[in-house]
Design a protein around this ligand. Structure first.
Ligand code: ADP
Ligand code: MG
Length: 336
């Protein structure tokens, strides 16, 4: 992978930096004025290091990003400036929400040319969109010398380290709702981990025989009891929770994506909470990812107990499934 240290002297260069500002927001009305508030700044804070690296090396930076929650970055600019520790002006500018242009999702070269106009190099620091073949992620990287930012380096180092490490004492927890994105991860990691414990909808799908996963594989741990509501399994039961949690105790390396149950409802959060506490207490090197998993762990006040919190939900899963991510390929990186 081409990394920033290979970019040469940055003094006086203009950098197009693909960044990740796709945060949840809240619209509040205060004194009859509508305000747009950033609810979760974790992703933005993860962009700070690379931005300041570029500025400290004498570059000026044009930021390109998308946001799903609102059409425009305009009302968020003061908050972004504060979180990033910069003032938008000559040295740092922010382009408008890339997904407002139909060329973005079409990976349109003409739109990519508009994005890179006047820039000398391209830096991608948005790991969370690397599984997307979009103009600001892929086409733009073909138009200029393209490098991975510090966050992409860190994410790929952590996740590839997990995949490549010896099988022994390596544990994977998978849960959550989007079963179709989780099954390929189980398939790819089952030979590369000692244990895979599956909860959430993914477990229900496997148990219902809706996947090709071999339920007799002794590395695979499926729930044996459930917390039910109206005939639907909405959390793993106490016996499964105990046996899943026990796997963390002996682990040296853990990856977790996906809550074990519908944790937003207190009646179905015991499984998720127990896994979070077991990983936090394990002393293992732990990696957690997924928007909902992170908010569950954060609500328990345990996020800082994890070694690494990935900014990639879908991108992390695609990486762990052994898929080649278009945005990484564009930087010369191939997933293990
Ligand atoms: P992440 O964002 O961490 O990748 P997902 O988006 O795949 O996770 O899934 C999170 C959602 O899965 C949560 O909203 C949670 O309520 C739901 N969920 C987990 N287990 C179940 C279950 N057994 N039945 C229904 N919903 C579930
Ligand atoms: Mg989610």
């Amino acid at each position: 992978m081409r990394t920033l240290d290979q970019a040469g002297d940055l003094k006086g260069t203009k950098v197009l930096m693909r960044t990740d500002f796709d945060v949840p927001i809240e619209e509040v009305t205060r004194n009859e004025k509508r305000e747009t508030k950033i609810l979760e700044a974790f992703r933005i804070e993860k962009q700070k290091e690379t931005l300041h690296y570029l500025l400290d090396h004498g570059a000026s930076v044009v930021l390109a990003a998308h946001i799903s929650a609102v059409p425009s970055f305009e009302p968020l600019k003061p908050q972004l400036e504060q979180l990033l520790g910069v003032t938008f002006g000559e040295d740092v500018t922010l382009l408008e929400n890339t997904r407002q242009n139909p060329g973005e999702e079409a990976n349109d070269e003409a739109f990519a040319r508009e994005l890179v106009a006047g820039c000398d190099i391209y830096v991608n620091n948005a790991f969370a969109v690397c599984h997307r073949e979009h103009a600001s992620v892929v086409a733009a990287a073909t138009l200029l010398p393209a490098y991975a930012g510090l966050l992409i380096k860190e994410e790929t180092d952590m996740l590839s380290q997990f995949i490549d490490a010896p099988v022994q004492n390596k544990v994977v927890y998978i849960g959550g709702a989007k079963a179709s994105t989780k099954i390929p991860v189980i398939e790819h990691l089952i030979e590369r981990a000692e244990h895979i414990a599956v909860g959430g909808v993914a477990a229900n799908e496997i148990l219902a025989g809706n996947t090709n996963i071999d339920t007799k594989n002794t590395k695979l741990h499926l729930p044996t009891d459930f917390v039910m509501d109206a005939g639907i399994a909405l959390d793993i039961g106490p016996e499964s929770t105990r046996s899943f949690a026990a796997l963390a105790t002996g682990a040296s390396l853990i990856v977790w994506n996906g809550p074990m149950g519908r944790f937003e409802d207190a009646r179905f959060m015991a499984g998720t909470e127990a896994i979070a506490r077991a990983i936090a207490a394990s002393g293992a090197l732990s990696i957690v990812g997924g928007g909902d998993t992170i908010s569950a762990v954060d609500a328990l006040g345990l996020l800082d107990k994890f070694t690494f919190v990935s900014t990639g939900g879908g991108a992390m899963l695609a990486f762990l499934a052994g898929t080649q991510l278009p945005g990484l390929k564009a930087l010369g990186y191939y997933t293990p």
